[in-house]
Design a protein around this ligand. Structure first.
Ligand code: COA
Length: 250
């Protein structure tokens, strides 16, 4: 049930989207992507929403895309229904309202790349950010092959995307990916305070400023380029082997 796995609440102009699948480390299913995308798209036309805040339940922010979903696609068992991940990625890139993230625990894959499209990110000092796309036999997504080097420089971005090296807490601040590393228990309150402060700003001035600071056209073009390669790679022998290794690791 995606509704239960993504909790949607509103308070004082802030739309809060909370990952709530802690028993699976908040791995994101197709239905969860759908719920996220629907909420972000609806917020665009809702003048009462002035900022969006991502939060999570449990010790992980999110372990990224559900590997069972990847494996189902790789083995042709995913069924015919719509896939929502693209809508979610596009909604984050197209969003005109500020995005804030409270990363209270580890984040993997899309849990990291979504932060590249957030305007303010607060992270736990102990939280580890990893992007193991190559180890899974796929390529980076969410325009991260463009946005990550732009944000932190090629060397640091390649250490993450190429070697799979993590960034932990303060390292993510030093890399320019996040605003502050805090004790885990303080992350959400700090992020919420910032989201509430943004919600009180003159909305149109904020929208225009944010628009001037971003280049969604280039990001969308790269995102689509990556998505085509990603879809191809999901069918590759390298990816199949990686998913099978995860599913049989115990
Ligand atoms: N997709 C599907 N299930 C996942 C998952 C994911 N991305 N991440 C965690 N889970 C599930 C595990 O299968 C396990 O389920 P089970 O209890 O039914 O066996 C449960 O969540 C707890 O995870 P576990 O692996 O026992 O916790 P851990 O603390 O030892 O390790 C991770 C946590 C995130 C490091 C490890 O689960 C992992 O590597 N997950 C895959 C991350 C990934 O590659 N994501 C895709 C990025 S593109």
């Amino acid at each position: 049930m995606s509704e239960g796995h993504i909790l949607v609440t509103r308070d004082a102009g802030v739309l809060e989207l909370r990952f709530n699948r802690p028993e699976k480390k908040n791995a994101i299913t197709n239905a969860m992507y759908g719920a996220l995308a629907d909420a972000i798209v609806a917020a665009a036309d809702d003048a009462s929403i002035r900022a969006i805040l991502f939060t999570a339940v449990g010790d992980f922010f999110t372990s990224g895309n559900d590997i069972l979903d990847f494996a189902a696609i790789a083995t042709g068992q995913a069924g015919e229904g719509p896939r929502h991940v693209g809508r979610f990625l596009e909604a984050c890139i197209r969003a005109e309202k500020p995005l804030v993230a409270a990363v209270q625990g580890h984040a993997v894959g899309v849990g990291v790349t979504m932060l590249l499209h957030c305007d303010l990110v607060y992270i736990a000092e102990s939280a580890k950010l990893t992007t193991p796309f190559i180890d899974l036999g796929v390529v980076p997504e969410n325009a991260s092959s463009l946005a990550m080097p732009a944000r932190m420089g090629h060397a640091r971005a390649f250490a993450m995307l190429g070697l799979g090296e993590p960034l932990v807490g303060a390292q993510a601040v030093a890399a320019g990916l996040v605003n502050a590393a805090l004790p885990a228990g303080e992350v959400e309150a700090r992020a919420r305070a910032s989201a509430l402060a943004l919600a009180k700003k003159p909305a149109e001035a904020l929208r225009l400023t944010r628009k001037l600071m971003r280049d969604p056209g280039s990001l969308l073009a790269r995102m689509h380029e990556e998505s085509a390669l990603f879809a191809e790679r999901l069918q590759s022998e390298e990816a199949r082997a990686a998913f099978a290794a995860f599913l049989t690791r115990r």
